[in-house]
Design a protein around this ligand. Structure first.
Ligand code: UD1
Ligand code: MG
Length: 449
């Protein structure tokens, strides 16, 4: 059966105390709603619709840049979760299939948990709700269950003293047939403490129509909803703890896991070793057997097997390191390809550059890629030796098996096999130090007098 997913993201997020729409605050380098969207996409749905409201222009723009296929419906006035879902009716009214409701500010529900809802629906339950057991249920809606059937969900504000003692809570996620969803929604009202149209009221409406309603359960951390900055930092920590566990389980060595920070999309192959204090920005892939020494900052780069990076290396977007490349301390690389077995071991900046195989880049080499107006490229061939403190003023190319002398400023292309020397010629003056010191002392003396 076809499947649609509706993600609620119109709420204001007042408690974030922020000018940025809540769902765009980042967790592990990606707006929190992208985490929900990724989970949604993993179910391979026919339609994904995000309900936007507060900051809609910005939310829609940021999502579309990454996920151009997502549809949006605006909820102009926020009249509650039930009203928000109803806004999707104009797009989904003729959709034949099941619809899943997710929240843009509940980012960690796993695909496996969603599978539980799908399976329960397949067993013939008409409406399936995702619940969890909480030690501190606070403002969560409480699940009222009788004989295995969910009878209703009571919002904390509307609950009796007895109902508030219930520890089974509503995550907000639910799954039902599209037709049933909108039919149930048409019967709900806003007669409650918040004067809102509660999505949760469809449970009671379903029972009134003799439909079967059941809850399936997941662990509480999965249902973590983000309403405050403090919850945002808890979410970041939760993400990092899980990412570290997952990556270690996949056969990667993290020598001090609690100091390694991953991005939402970091991919690391088996047998890679990551030292302490390494930070992964978005878009990093690392192949098996690569080694990342301590204190590296990596984003938008690919590191092939056998490569060794760090300590203190910064790799920026567009960096491609082939097999057995070595990059050492205080080296920054951006938008460059370094081919197999080449080395950049100390104190260098390499930008908009291609380096061939088996080349050695000496300490202090700088590619001067920017003239203040435009960026230019540097091409370095195979088996090249770049002497220490060489400046390569781009655009420039360095042929295979060529060399530069230390301190050379390369402004012209170097043909293959050539040695380029571009530095002031040295002159030695015998005995001159003594004379110079005497001269400087006498100058100082006459000045002091
Ligand atoms: C909701 C549930 C509650 C559940 C809790 C789990 C209802 C009535 N209550 O409460 O049972 O325990 O989530 O976190 O559903 N939104 C809109 N438009 C609106 C209102 C909300 O798009 O008019 C969106 C929000 O942006 C958010 C989501 O819906 O992503 C949930 O809204 P929120 O106000 O946080 O609901 P809760 O009070 O937390
Ligand atoms: Mg909430």
């Amino acid at each position: 059966m076809e499947r649609a997913i509706v993600i609620l993201a119109a709420g204001r997020g007042k408690r974030m105390n922020s000018g940025i729409p809540k769902v765009l605050h980042k967790i592990a380098g990606a707006p929190m709603i992208m985490h929900t969207l990724r989970t949604a996409q993993s179910l391979d749905p026919e339609r994904v619709i995000v309900i936007t409201g507060h900051g809609a222009d910005r939310v829609e723009k940021e999502i579309s840049e990454i996920e151009p296929e997502i549809g949006f419906v605006r909820q102009i006035e926020q009249k509650g979760t039930g009203h928000a879902v109803k806004c999707a009716e104009k797009i989904l009214k003729d959709f034949v299939g099941n619809t899943l409701i997710l929240y843009g500010d509940v980012p960690f529900i796993s695909p496996e948990t969603l599978q539980l809802l799908i399976e329960e629906k397949e067993r013939g339950t008409d409406l399936v709700i995702l619940g969890f057991k909480s030690k501190q249920p606070r403002s969560y809606g409480r699940l009222i269950i009788e004989n295995d059937q969910l009878i209703s969900i009571v919002e904390a504000k509307d609950a009796t003293h007895e109902q508030l003692k219930i520890t089974l809570c509503n995550s907000g996620v639910l799954y039902t047939e599209n037709k049933i969803l909108f039919q149930l929604l048409s019967s709900i009202t806003n007669k409650n403490a918040n004067e809102e149209y509660y999505l949760t009221d469809i449970v009671k409406a379903a029972k009134d129509q003799n439909l079967s309603v059941k809850a399936v359960f997941c662990d509480e951390p999965e249902t973590l909803g983000i309403n405050t900055r403090s919850e945002l930092s808890t979410a970041e920590l939760t993400f990092q703890i899980r990412a570290r566990e997952r990556i270690i389980e996949n056969g990667v060595t993290l020598s001090q896991p609690e100091t390694t920070y991953f991005s939402f999309d970091t991919e690391i192959g088996r047998e890679a070793c990551i030292g302490p204090n390494v930070v992964f920005g978005p878009g990093v892939t690392i192949e098996s057997g690569a080694e990342i020494l301590p204190f590296c900052h990596l984003e938008g780069c690919h590191i092939s097997k056998g490569a060794r990076i760090g300590p203190f290396t910064r790799l920026r977007p567009g960096t491609e390191l082939s097999e057995d490349v070595k990059v050492g301390n205080f080296v920054e690389i951006k938008n460059s390809t370094i081919n197999a077995k080449s080395k950049i071991n100390h104190l260098s900046y390499i930008g908009d550059t291609t380096i061939g195989e088996n080349s050695n880049i000496g300490a202090g080499t700088i590619t001067c890629n920017y003239d203040g107006i435009s960026k230019h490229t540097t091409k370095i061939g195979n088996d090249v030796f770049i002497g220490s403190n060489t400046l390569l003023v781009a655009p420039v190319s360095v042929g295979d098996k060529s060399m530069t002398a230390s301190g050379t400023v390369v402004t012209e292309d170097i043909p293959s096999g050539n040695l380029a020397i571009g530095r002031v010629k040295q002159v030695n003056k015998p005995g001159y130090v003594k004379k110079l010191v005497a001269l400087l002392r006498s100058k100082k003396k006459s000045k002091d007098n």
